[in-house]
Structure formats: structure tokens, C-alpha cells
Design a protein around this ligand. Structure first.
Ligand code: KIV
Length: 278
């Protein structure tokens, strides 16, 4: 069984030149499979809202929904390092709310850390969380909770001004106390520069190969969510058609009386009808 990682261990991976693997998980059975396959960190992302709960964006996701799913992930993967994603509205209203909600991830769901989106505007919140004993992962670049303010789901940091801002924000977040930083949807050269400019690990998603680790939405990389797949996603398999084929075979067999067959049924006393006097 894999040993549970620590914040220090994850930071040490960058120093040792070891790439960090992170994937999202929202339920117990997937969490168990990902951990058994050797993933370093499970992220209970607020992408939950889109790939599992059927919302159009991550904005409607609530703290209670996140806690419900994060608890399931912990039950499925008792030894995993789990990061709970703070949903929209759970930390923007002030440090007190951020600490209360961050603490829920640790106390109720058994998470090891939380993640929150944003740059300079969240630095004081990050420090408050860390001082309260809650380890924090940052997230800059394309931040889905505020995608409408960024002009939609598009590559960030393409011009000099926004690239410079991103480097500044990464450094400020590191100073504020984050122990790792998600970089989403930025040019690979900028991913390289940001990763070199900070001592903590960068975890890229659409941020090129030079990041210290990578994260993907599991439903995307397994080909289970077809509504919107970003171009940086590599599908390692295409489960959706396999699931549809299996389900359509089941429905045909049930309709034709082929399932359940003898092999999948329980036998009883011979002459049961007679023995029951019927
Ligand atoms: O919610 C999520 O899954 C995320 C990842 C895309 C990093 O924040």
C-alpha cells in the first residue's frame, strides 16, 4: 500500500526533480482505483459540478456538496493525500468564512489541504488559512469560477502584461504561504518561467511539460465527459462509448429474456412448487 504523502513530501518532490501526479476524484470507488494506480494527490475539484452534478459551470457548487463528495473520496482512499477545492462563495466573503469552510474540509471530510482560485486578491486569505493550520494550494491562470470575468474559458497570460502579472501573483501566493500552485491554461514557456521562479511545486493543467507536476479532470482523461473537452486534454481511454455499448447489451438481453441466465441465478430445492403445496 502507498504511504500517505505529506506537504513536506510533496514540496520535496520538486527539489528531487520528481514529477507530481494529481487527478480529480469525486467518489470512493474512483478514489480507490486512482490511488491503487499510484497517483500522488487526489483533488476533489469543484469540477464536480460539471462532470458529476450536471451544472453548466463550477459556480453553483456548494460547500455541502463538496464535503459530501470529499468524505466519499476519503472513505475510498484512506491513505491518499487529498485536496478539497473551496467552491465559489466559500472564501471570497472574508477570512473568517474561509477558515470556517476550510476547516470543514479537514474536520468533516478528512482532507489534507484545500485549494482556492485567485491571485493577489486572495493572498491575505491564504495567510489566514495557513496561520489557522490549513495547508493551501493556489490556482492561477484560467480560474473557472471567474471565467466570465476572464472572457471565457481561454488561454491566459499570452501578452507581456498578463504574463508579468502571473509571475508576480505566483511569487506573492508563495510568500502568502501556499505549498503548491495550480497553473491552468497558460503558454508552456510561461509555465516554465513561473515554475522556475517559485520554490514550491507548480502543477500544470494545460500549462506545458515544464511544470513540476500535472493535474487533469479524471472524467476528461478517461473519456467519460463529452460535453466540453479542452484541447490540452489527452484521452487515455474512451470509456463513454464502452459504457454505452455495455448498457445497450444489458438492455437487449433483459428485453430478450437472456439475462439473467442459469449462471447468474440462484437454484432452489427441486420441486419447490410441489413442496410449497402450490
Ligand atoms: O476543479 C477542478 O477540477 C480543478 C482542476 C481543473 C485543477 O480545479
Amino acid at each position: 500500500m502507498q504511504k500517505r504523502k505529506t506537504v513536506a513530501g510533496i514540496k520535496g518532490m520538486k527539489a528531487a526533480g520528481e514529477k507530481i501526479t494529481m487527478l480529480t476524484a469525486y467518489d470512493a470507488s474512483m478514489a480507490a482505483m486512482l490511488t491503487e494506480a499510484g497517483v500522488d494527490v487526489l483533488l476533489v475539484g469543484d469540477s464536480l459540478g460539471m462532470v458529476v452534478l450536471g451544472y453548466d459551470s463550477t459556480v453553483p457548487v456548494t460547500m455541502d456538496e463538496m464535503i459530501h463528495h470529499a468524505s466519499a473520496v476519503r472513505r475510498g482512499a484512506p491513505a491518499a493525500f487529498i485536496v478539497g477545492d473551496m467552491p465559489f462563495g466559500s472564501y471570497q466573503s472574508g477570512e473568517r468564512d474561509a477558515i470556517l469552510n476550510g476547516a470543514r474540509f479537514l474536520k468533516e471530510a478528512g482532507c489534507d489541504a484545500v485549494k482556492l482560485e485567485g491571485g493577489l486578491e486572495v493572498c491575505s486569505t491564504v495567510t489566514a488559512l495557513v496561520q489557522a493550520g490549513i495547508s493551501v494550494v493556489g490556482h492561477i491562470g484560467l480560474t473557472p469560477q471567474t471565467a466570465t470575468q476572464l472572457g471565457g474559458y481561454k488561454v491566459q497570460g499570452r501578452d507581456l502584461e498578463s504574463a508579468r502579472k502571473m509571475v508576480e501573483e505566483a511569487k506573492a501566493l508563495e510568500k502568502a504561504g501556499i505549498f503548491a500552485l495550480v497553473l491552468e491554461c497558460i503558454p508552456d514557456e510561461l509555465g516554465k518561467i513561473v515554475s522556475e521562479e517559485i520554490a514550491i511545486p507548480s502543477i500544470g493543467i494545460g500549462a506545458g511539460v515544464h511544470c513540476d507536476g500535472q493535474v487533469l479532470v479524471t472524467h476528461d482523461m478517461l473519456g467519460m465527459f463529452g460535453k466540453f473537452v479542452p484541447s490540452f486534454v489527452k484521452s487515455y481511454c474512451t470509456l463513454a462509448p464502452d459504457i454505452k455499448d455495455a448498457v445497450s447489451a444489458y438492455t437487449s438481453e433483459v428485453r430478450e429474456g437472456m439475462y439473467p441466465d442459469r449462471k447468474h441465478s440462484f437454484s432452489s430445492e427441486p420441486n419447490l412448487r410441489k413442496l410449497l403445496g402450490l
